[in-house]
Ligand binder design. Sequence first.
Ligand code: HEM
Length: 209
Amino acid sequence: MAVFLSNLRFVAWTALAVGVLFLIYFAVGVGSWDFGTQVFWEALLRWSHVLVGIMWIGHLYYFNFTQIPNMPKIPDEQKPAVTKVIAPAALYWFRWGAMATLITGLLLAWNQNYLFQALTLGGASDPSFAAPKEILIGIGMWLAIIMWFNVWFIIWPNQQKALNINNKYPDLDAAAKAAAGKTAMLFSRTNTFLSVPMLVAMTGASTLF
Ligand code: HEM
């Protein structure tokens, strides 16, 4: 068992396989939905959407609640362990988690035939007939899309400068690096703020309507 648990790749792929089999058992075996049906894909997409959403927001909270507040307590000579090793690795799962969450979220809305109604907050159909669910999930989707934009177009480019990831900015001076780090931190904090109402809309849409 220790051999299995010591290998992250093994654990991750096996967990995914067990998750898919579990879902198929419930969807096809217990729920009697065929593989191709809309509701089967809805179950698969909803599960994978929440899974990759955890990957994204988990790393966002790691940066904001663990890494950033504790950096000042680390002696300068030990800081590169975080800035050169831990942070670049965390940023990898963070930004690709964000991308996968966006894709699965859009597919989930498309699968349920309300993608455009939600993105226009009900405006794609007659606004006076807009369903409250489409408006609420639409607000959540826009908040999360703003967060995704911040990750890919503000936080990641600025972190590349601040940490000189992959030696992309070898000649940047200390002041420019500090400014880039500050911008990344402020937008990361903005995303932490937005994640709270965003999740009310995400979870509330299927609870309330
Ligand atoms: C990036 C853009 C995102 C889009 C386009 C999106 C889209 C959606 C859609 C369409 C639903 C289905 C709502 C329903 O009909 O019940 C949903 C549900 C949900 N989303 Fe997102 N989402 C995004 C980001 C996120 C993020 C960052 C998280 C954080 C973990 C998240 C967590 C959830 C959860 C927990 C649900 C509820 C699932 C359920 O009630 O069964 N989403 N999302």
